[in-house]
Design a protein around this ligand. Structure first.
Ligand SMILES: Cc1cc2nc3c(=O)[nH]c(=O)nc-3n(C[C@H](O)[C@H](O)[C@H](O)COP(=O)(O)O)c2cc1C
Length: 219
């Protein structure tokens, strides 16, 4: 498939069937992303990919952490979204909670929906992605480039996904289960598997601003 078709087809999936992704398919996805470019080809992404039993154990531990403790991410989460980002964020939340039929004032249902992040949306696999802290912000750019390649490679293989910064909120839980050095900052997770179309959240669709909002062609 060509890249614009893959980009149009890819979307975040937030409810998965239990079926695992075959090992050869997982390997093909990560092998494709491994071709991503990076500054001086330093290839700074450090990734742990879980099999279903480990994913379940992590999901249980993350839900317990999310219920019980404050987030302590390795890198600070954004606190403030100035315009136009606040509007984009609100539209994204509106699409998601709208698909789930949860009104703004229903705090209990919103809390349960938020916890679904930590249950990893029942996905069979979680990739936890980290980066050596010593490399500085451009290495984070490299990992973002890698993530884009990974998400499109998953789409090419018919595998659904959702990038998840939420799981980076509880790094101690991830380090207790996975070989992640303290010298690496945990950036985000990516859940991988096959969509359960019966999950209401999966009906959510996001839009994009017109090109001119982000890109200026200068004569
Ligand atoms: C770095 C990153 C972190 C994200 N973290 C989360 C998350 O924690 N939970 C979630 O449900 N979606 C998360 N998303 C998915 C975004 O909400 C989603 O990509 C965006 O709304 C656009 O929708 P689409 O992916 O369906 O096109 C994340 C995406 C990225 C790229």
């Amino acid at each position: 498939m060509i890249v614009d078709e893959l980009a149009a087809r890819r979307r975040s999936v937030r409810g998965f069937r239990p079926d695992p992704v075959p090992a050869a398919t997982l390997e093909a996805i990560f092998a494709a992303a491994q071709r991503a470019p990076s500054w001086c080809n330093v290839q700074p992404w450090r990734v742990s990919v879980t099999a279903p039993a480990k994913t379940t154990a992590l999901a249980e531990a993350l839900v317990a952490a999310a219920r019980g403790g404050l987030p302590t991410p390795d890198l600070p989460f954004p606190l403030d979204y100035p315009s136009p980002y606040a509007e984009h964020r609100r539209a994204c939340g509106g699409a998601l909670y709208g698909a789930m039929g949860i009104p703004r004032e229903d705090k209990a249902s919103r809390y349960d929906a938020w916890l679904r992040n930590y249950a990893l949306f029942d996905a069979p696999h979680l990739a936890v992605v980290a980066c050596d802290r010593r490399l500085g912000p451009y290495a984070l750019v490299d990992v973002g480039v890698w993530l884009g390649a990974l998400l499109l490679a998953a789409t090419e293989q018919g595998v659904d996904s959702c990038a998840m910064a939420s799981v980076a909120a509880y790094p101690a839980v991830l380090r207790a289960h996975l070989p992640i050095a303290e010298t690496d900052a945990i950036l985000f997770g990516v859940v991988l598997g096959y969509e359960d179309p019966a999950v209401p959240a999966n009906a959510a669709r996001t839009t994009r601003a017109p090109l001119a909002a982000n890109v200026t062609f200068v004569e």
